[in-house]
Write a protein that binds this ligand. Sequence first.
Ligand SMILES: Nc1ncnc2c1ncn2[C@@H]1O[C@H](COP(=O)(O)OP(=O)(O)OP(=O)(O)O)[C@@H](O)[C@H]1O
Length: 303
Amino acid sequence: MPDQKLAATTPRGGPERAAPAADRVVVDRVSKDFELTVGRRRQHIRALNEVSLTVADGEIIALTGLSGCGKTTLLRIIMGLEKATSGGVSVGGQAVTGCGYDRGLVFQHAELFPWRTALQNVEFGLEVKGVPKPERRRIAREKLALVGLGHAMDRRPSQLSGGMKQRVGLARALSIDPQVLLMDEPFGALDAQTREGLQAEVLRIHRETGKTIVFVTHDLDEAVLLAHRVVLMSPNPGRVKRVFEVPIEGSREDLVAVRGTETFAELRYEIWRSLMEHAPEEEPARNAVLRAAGSGAERSAGK
Ligand SMILES: Nc1ncnc2c1ncn2[C@@H]1O[C@H](COP(=O)(O)OP(=O)(O)OP(=O)(O)O)[C@@H](O)[C@H]1O
């Protein structure tokens, strides 16, 4: 039986967090249908089917699963960018009816204004919020320093690397001091080294701010390295298949050391096996890629 209703318990160990906390995000039996026209035919897609989950205050949750299982749709519904067909979401006890300053979103591509400096890009959300200039400048500087860009505040996006742009996106999302940070494959477009640097940064920022984080990733290593719990979704229709607690104790900021642990290898292997049950047979190329990705997990888990 799929683990549809996630427990609100605080998971053991993992990225540092204060004692047991209240639910920050509650997703209650959310379903989402899309109607689309392909050629002359009307098509109905059930992107999400009765998805329920709770995310505790200060918790980090990874949403993973095969392409099309509804990860982005769920994140967009939590953000208020998309309306659920049925069911509902609340954040901090307030029903989500649209976007709000209690939630910050980090996209796969930072989507910065090219004519604005890093500082001015981070200031943007604060401008919209009506924060007076001296105050928004102070906050934007503080957030850019938090993401390690204190030295590049006056550069325009064309003068920043891909990783630096993502850091600006992260600083911009943090500038409005959201209760929850939502990230949609935030490092998916970056090279391996930059990606690893940013993963460690997210853990450090989490330690410093205690933000609740929900992120989407296809990368099982990333899911296990960063999250307290990994929510594996399955497609047709999109639903929660299984929830994995990540029992890694203490700080994880030394990612290389964490990767070397048996716990990491075994859990990654378990998630991969569960994921593969849904890899469609009619897509041999993607299946092969998934199997190749998994064979690393098999080897490191000693299977
Ligand atoms: N605006 C839309 N109109 C019609 N169908 C949509 C729309 N957005 C998503 N879908 C469909 O809903 C399903 C879930 O899509 P979604 O993007 O949430 O999946 P995903 O798990 O994030 O996929 P990926 O890993 O490829 O990004 C897919 O079948 C997709 O085609």
